[in-house]
Design a protein around this ligand. Structure first.
Ligand code: CP
Length: 309
């Protein structure tokens, strides 16, 4: 919480490249420490007395529960702010909501539809704003993804990843995360579903060199990690028939995995089994999707304590 007299410039986390490589690695190291602390039952109430506001304009399972549980484990408190439970849902300007929340809470996690809205929150907030997913970016997911890859690959060196499917918000933040950690990324999407060129440019500025293709087999071949996500995201339900047709051939199934004998399979969840990934793959030995889901908890705790220290 800040007052009118002690306002300072907070650090926000709107996308992965708001962190430098060194900062990202520091957050991931802290995430590993928190994971060990949870496993050992050690006290780590590093945010005692602090409060996180959680503003949701979209539904969530993982983001909501992992942030709220994380604040509890850190000795703090989280408040769920559904859009329709607060004045925002009745037309209060976002900038007024942001200013007012800054006077009560120590940080705000926001899941809003439009990326420009999370930017407005950040512009008018005097406490850190954390992007819990917009139509452009899902950086908290990427933190957990990188923690999971580092666990399973014993580091980032010589790791190759394939993104198969929609070049969506998750893919975009993942591309930035791969660039910061030197993961060799190939992105396979159907034509018309590519990762935004501006994001690819940012990835290249960070030292990454993502390969872009329309061939899922090319992307998957000999990859260490194969990552997919839903073909029909929230708000795209009316496009279902078109998208199901456009993504034909992009399913992560046992045939595709034959091209990558050592690959782990990732998915940010929720999954539509039988569409972008088959049931046997997500339930199989190579699936690390529930490690990814768990690591949302540890990675976000690390981010919050880093932002608030
Ligand atoms: N992956 C993810 O963000 O899940 P939720 O939509 O359930 O939060």
């Amino acid at each position: 919480m800040t007052t009118a007299t002690n306002e300072t410039e907070p650090r926000h986390f709107l996308d992965v490249d708001d962190l430098s490589e060194a900062e990202l690695l520091a957050v991931l190291d802290r995430a590993d420490e928190y994971k060990r602390a949870v496993d050992a039952g050690d006290d780590h109430a590093d945010l005692s007395g602090q409060t996180l506001g959680m503003l949701f304009q979209k539904a969530s399972t993982r983001t909501r529960v992992s942030f709220e549980t994380g604040m509890t484990q850190l000795g703090g408190h989280a408040i769920f702010l559904g859009e329709d439970d607060i004045q925002l849902g009745r037309g209060e300007p976002l900038k007024d909501t942001s200013r007012a929340l800054s006077r009560y809470v120590d940080a705000v996690m926001a899941r809003v539809f439009k990326h420009e809205n999370v930017e407005v929150l950040a512009e008018y907030s005097s406490v850190p704003i954390v992007n819990g997913l917009t139509d452009d970016a899902h950086p908290c997911q990427t933190l957990a993804d990188l923690q999971t890859i580092r666990e399973h690959e014993d580091g980032f060196e010589d790791v190759s990843a394939a993104w198969i499917g929609d070049g969506n918000n998750v893919a975009q933040s993942f591309a930035l995360g791969c660039a910061l950690t030197d993961i060799d990324l190939t992105i396979a999407t159907p034509e018309g579903y590519e990762v935004d060129g501006e994001v690819l440019e940012r990835a290249r500025e960070l030292g990454g060199d993502p390969t872009v293709t329309t061939d899922p087999v090319e992307a998957a071949t000999d990859a260490d990690v194969i990552y997919t996500d839903v073909w029909i995201s929230m708000g795209q339900e009316d496009e279902r028939d078109v998208r199901m047709n456009d993504f034909e051939g992009f399913q992560v199934n046992t045939d595709l995995l034959e091209n990558a004998p050592d690959a782990s399979v990732m998915h940010c969840l929720p999954a539509h089994r039988g569409e972008e990934v088959t049931d046997d793959v997500i339930e199989g030995d190579r699936s690390i999707v529930f490690d990814q889901a768990e690591n949302r908890l540890h990675a976000q705790k690390a981010l919050l304590s880093w932002l608030l220290e």
